[in-house]
Design a protein around this ligand. Structure first.
Ligand code: PGA
Length: 272
């Protein structure tokens, strides 16, 4: 059985005390979950990483930060480097979210450097890609996403990393037009089409084994109603959720729904 990945990016939300109550609640709600085949992760703001580390120390919930500079140190006011994040023992680092690209002009060449820095520091890069509504309208979404992946992974060698392959690097497909309050979720068929393009691109860059083991998550207006039908697609390995997971109980509802449908059912079958 393939692992399933379910995570949330909190964006610019949650104080330390809000983080405390969210994470205590979430841990409580997920007490009955066996995490062997399901990877749950949260991505709080930097200011909540310290308390997140403390609360999640004895838990299998993973956590990460929302962005990172590629340099170890330097005159870069306002930036956070890999060694600074190492202090918080993060598991993963989100890179290239469309809000970073849109408001802070982040580009794929910088992301390429960030991915290399993340791997050097043993953080799992969670690389976000996705077309805007313009590329979709012009019919060039697939080319656009291929170009993003090839640029971001240029010179990134995965073959010789000594780690479980599925813990090396994750990709999130997040069409920009699907994200946020004004977004409309992509249809499961459309998502599958793009995810298989991503899979093929990874196959060309690396090989069959690596491309099959890199999890490809979908993000953009995921909620309790559409989570299962999206996850039911062949090439969808997980969900990357914003608004619908910002309350611990609604995130937990999605996790339980997925767990009962895809994981528990399978393990019951295996035990029969
Ligand atoms: P959303 O955000 O689920 O609120 O649309 C998704 C994201 O930005 O990753």
């Amino acid at each position: 059985m393939k692992d399933i990945y379910l995570g949330t990016n909190w964006k610019m939300h949650k104080t330390i005390s809000e983080t405390k109550s969210y994470l205590h609640d979430l841990k409580n709600y997920l007490k009955d979950i066996n995490f062997d085949n399901i990877k749950v992760f949260v991505i709080p703001p930097y200011t909540a990483l310290d308390i997140t580390k403390t609360i999640l120390k004895d838990s299998r919930i993973l956590y990460g930060a929302q962005n990172m500079h590629w340099m170890d140190e330097g005159e870069y006011t306002g930036e956070i480097s890999p060694p600074l994040l190492k202090d918080f023992e993060i598991d993963l680092i989100e890179l290239g979210h469309s809000e970073r690209r849109r408001y802070y002009n982040e580009n794929d060449i910088e992301l390429n450097k960030k991915v290399k820095a993340a791997l050097k520091y043993n953080f799992i890069p969670l690389i976000c890609v996705g077309e805007r509504k313009e590329e979709k309208k012009y019919g060039v979404s697939q080319e656009f996403i291929k170009l993003q992946i090839k640029t971001i992974l240029n010179g990134v060698k995965l073959n010789d990393i000594e780690k479980e392959l599925n813990d090396i690097l994750w990709i999130a497909y997040e069409p920009v037009w699907a994200i946020g309050e004004k977004g409309k979720p992509a249809t499961p068929e459309y998502i599958e089409e793009i995810h298989s393009v991503i899979r093929q691109t990874l196959k060309k860059l690396y090989n069959d084994e690596i491309s099959n083991k890199i999890p490809i998550l979908y993000g953009g207006s995921v909620n309790q109603e559409n989570a299962l039908s999206i996850l039911n697609q062949n090439n969808v390995d997980g969900l990357f959720i914003g608004r619908a997971a910002w309350k611990a109980n609604s995130f937990s509802n999605i996790i339980h729904q997925v767990y009962e449908t895809f994981i528990n059912k399978n393990s019951q079958k295996a035990n029969q």
